[in-house]
Design a protein around this ligand. Structure first.
Ligand SMILES: Nc1ncnc2c1ncn2[C@@H]1O[C@H](COP(=O)(O)OP(=O)(O)O)[C@@H](O)[C@H]1O
Ligand SMILES: [Mg+2]
Length: 477
């Protein structure tokens, strides 16, 4: 044996390399991620379709755009969409920092400014805290500019220092510029002309709501999504967005999954279960943008619409073989037109290499679960035998290993729980055997107990009838 327990086995860090079997699908998924193509994964449940879709999103570069809706003062029901990238955001940050001006200490401003802002004593010229009215060195009333004129002193009794001083300064090129000093607690904020202009610009900016942010995950699941979930909505406001009491329309805009998946993967499990909504999905894929509007005609949101909200996603969809016919044909041709359809394998040949893969799978599942101990190599051996039996029993493949791994993963977890309750330290052969026994479905359990499913139900029916005739007899008697 190559190992004592699965703790020694290496697990690849890349989620796509954690997919066991499905070589073809993994290759295609890799290309699809690189080239931004759509993908339809077809096959029975529990063989890795969701896993591949999620793994694909890990291969995508970081998202570069953020989507916001801006308040539209002229027509609030038509908020404006805006795209920003990282450098736009950095630039805006810098500008808003510039609009903040510079904080300096009272020693760094002209003395008349320090005087008027309440820092400097007019008599002894010493600096002290602006909050202290009388100068700590000479006792003079710093706020009072009367200089011994008693009449004026009376008049200025309630004097306060100024909080802002406007003045001008001469630049090196001979021009004059406006400069403003503002008291900020015990510091002074200096706003030069540039800062004042930036402040003005900031005031003119339209208020915004970020609906799809930079920090998002590039993987969005929209399984069985309703129209609203998939395409977004505008929430109701009982005050109809009236200024003052209501909530402005742009603040009520909610993105759909298609928008949240912008630049990422939109994963739709059981594609056919979307029903008629598939049509809208098709449009979104074609246009790469989709308006957000209020979808409830009785709501105040119904009058609001945001045009051209981007939704440039890679669609990865999954389907059972039986459901293929219920996928909208133009949607399928859209996927094939710019992507791939892949049939996944329910089994893989029983080779040395594939056995190693399944060993890796056991280690992966144990590590992912976090609550169960590692398995001995003998325990893995028993599970591999079961994988072989299942390939034969379920898919009628000789010399093969099953890839219906969700079920195997259930066995591993159950065996792990048994190991935990027995405090055995590792998952043992016996734990796996017991888990296989307990994990059988009801039909298999009935077959073991009664000989066949049919006999089980006949036995049950007989017992039921006997009970009933007893009851009838009692009631009549
Ligand atoms: N090919 C696979 N490789 C590794 N693990 C798998 C594979 N298929 C299924 N599993 C395990 O089963 C779980 C469910 O698989 P999932 O990807 O949701 O299957 P599907 O989407 O095909 O129904 C996964 O989280 C993983 O633990
Ligand atoms: Mg799934």
């Amino acid at each position: 044996m190559r190992f004592k327990t699965t703790a020694e086995l290496k697990i690849p860090a890349d989620p796509l390399e954690q997919v066991i079997g499905q070589k073809h699908a993994v290759e295609i998924a890799d290309i699809a991620a690189k080239q931004r193509r759509n993908l339809l994964l077809v096959g029975p449940p529990g063989i890795g379709k969701s896993m591949i879709a999620q793994a694909m999103s890990h291969r995508l570069p970081q998202t570069t755009q953020e989507i916001s809706v801006l308040h539209n003062p002229e027509t609030p029901e038509r908020p404006i969409v805006e795209l920003r990238n990282k450098s736009d955001l950095a630039k805006e940050k810098k500008e808003s920092a510039q609009a903040q001006g510079k904080l300096v200490s009272p020693t760094e401003v002209p003395s008349f400014v320090a005087e008027r802002l309440g820092f400097r004593c007019r008599r002894c010229n010493k600096l002290s805290k602006a909050a202290e009215r009388s100068c700590p060195s000479c006792g003079w009333d710093k706020y009072n500019a009367s200089f011994g004129n008693t009449l004026l002193a009376e008049y200025l009794q309630d004097a306060k220092p100024q909080s802002r001083v406007h003045t001008t300064r001469l630049l090196e090129n001979g021009h004059e510029e406006v400069i403003v000093y503002e008291r900020k607690a015990e510091m002074i904020r200096v706003l030069d002309q540039k800062a004042l202009e930036k402040m003005d610009d900031a005031k003119k900016k339209k208020p915004r709501k970020v609906i799809v942010s930079f920090g998002r995950k590039p993987f969005v699941i929209a399984t069985g999504a309703s129209e609203t979930e998939l395409l977004g909505d505008v929430r109701h406001d009982p005050y109809g967005g009236h200024a003052g009491v209501g909530v402005q329309p742009y603040l009520r805009v909610v993105p759909g999954s298609v928008h949240e998946a912008h630049e990422g993967v939109l994963f739709i499990d059981e594609l056919s279960s979307l029903g008629y909504v598939q049509r809208y999905l098709l449009t979104a894929m074609q246009e790469k943008k989709y308006p957000i509007l209020g979808r409830n005609p009785h709501s105040a949101g119904a009058s609001v619409k945001v045009e051209d909200v981007p939704c440039d996603f890679i669609m990865v969809a999954a389907s059972n073989i039986n459901e293929l016919n219920n996928i909208l044909p133009p949607l399928r041709s859209r996927i094939v037109g710019n992507g791939y359809e892949v049939l996944l394998d329910p089994t893989m040949p029983d080779t040395e290499e594939n056995r190693l893969q399944l060993e890796q799978f056991v280690a992966q599942e144990i590590v992912k679960d976090r609550k169960i101990p590692h398995a001995t190599s003998e325990a893995v051996g028993v599970l591999l035998e079961e994988a072989r039996k299942r390939a034969k029993r379920i898919d009628d493949e000789d010399n093969a290993l099953t890839l219906r791994l969700r079920e195997l993963s259930g066995i591993i977890r159950l065996a792990g729980d048994l190991a935990v309750s027995q405090k055995s330290g590792n998952i043992t052969e016996e734990n796996i055997r017991e888990a296989i026994r307990r994990g059988r479905n009801i039909e298999e359990q009935m077959t073991e107990k009664y000989g066949s499913v049919w006999k089980a139900s006949a036995t049950d029916f007989r017992a039921h009838m006997e009970k009933r005739s007893e009851k009838d007899a009692r009631e009549i008697g």
